[in-house]
Design a protein around this ligand. Structure first.
Ligand code: ARG
Length: 265
């Protein structure tokens, strides 16, 4: 079932690659801020054309990764769990997002442990799939379950290239996902097979262009245009893939989903 979604995004006005906190980032390589902005504008336009609502949070100078709104929190049933970043470079984003949630009328709680929001916590039906291994700490999974009141399934990430859960797994609808098995520990792969026997298995090529960093409304799946095999698999599975080029943002290790926080009232 497609429903109209509400998303929060942050224009990449101050986007830059000036530090390295994941393997995709190379502070010595060139990047094009204007191109990042136009790619992001196009992503926003795609959501609007699908009939979704896009709220905007003001970008703050000195926070080049603030464009990755998925890392701002996890919002379910009008309750917003804020974030605590692993890296000092992103720390000041946490209160900025929490302020936005409060101003928008959400009850906000801040986590005591490292928690990078929807980068690692994804709602799948009634379950919260929660990644750990690189960013969000295992200790934070318990506080996430307590505050958001949904069962948390811990998934162990093992490949540094797929450092956030949303780089290795995409929630497609209430009952299905797409994912890259090798990004997960053997035990977590087994859990994913049990929970999602009909999952779409991504190829290493799809994952390498951050193809799994996609935003699904249950039918339309907005994914990096370079992820051609995944788009085909989605089409065969009855979904409607929509390719977008956000290659400039990929230089910071992000894709469409990283730029998009779902606001669930
Ligand atoms: N440079 C950012 C970081 O490493 C990218 C964040 C991507 N966000 C995401 N939801 N995967 O923190």
């Amino acid at each position: 079932m497609t429903a109209k979604r509400r998303y929060l995004m942050c224009r990449p006005t101050h986007f830059a690659v000036t530090y390295r906190i994941n393997p995709w980032m190379d502070p010595t390589a060139p990047y094009d801020n204007a191109l990042a902005v136009s790619q992001w504008e196009n992503l926003r336009k795609v959501f609007l054309e699908l009939g979704h609502t896009v709220d905007l949070i003001d970008p703050l100078p000195g926070l080049p990764d603030m464009v990755f709104a998925a890392n701002g929190g996890t919002i379910i049933d009008g309750r917003a769990l804020g974030v605590q970043f692993r890296d000092a470079e992103r720390a000041d984003e946490a209160p900025a997002y929490a302020d936005w949630f409060r101003a928008a009328g959400f009850e906000v709680e801040m986590p005591k442990h490292t928690n990078e929001g929807e980068g690692d916590i994804l709602l799948s039906g009634d379950l919260l799939l929660a990644g750990t291994g690189f960013r969000t700490s295992h200790a934070s999974h318990a506080e996430t379950q307590e505050f958001l009141r949904r069962p948390v399934i811990t998934l162990q990430l093992v490949d540094p290239a797929y450092y956030h859960l949303d780089t290795a797994l995409c929630v497609l609808d209430e009952t299905n996902i797409a994912y890259l098995p090798s990004a997960f520990s053997p035990g977590s792969q087994s859990v994913l097979r049990q929970l999602f026997p009909n999952a779409i298995i991504a190829t290493p090529e799809d994952a390498a262009v951050l193809g799994l960093n996609a935003v699904s409304d249950g039918r339309n799946v907005v994914l990096p245009v370079q992820a051609v095999q995944l788009a085909e698999a989605l089409r065969k599975g009855g979904y409607h893939p929509i390719g977008v080029d956000v290659s400039e943002l990929r230089k910071a290790g992000g894709g469409p989903k990283c730029c998009t926080l779902e606001v669930r009232s």
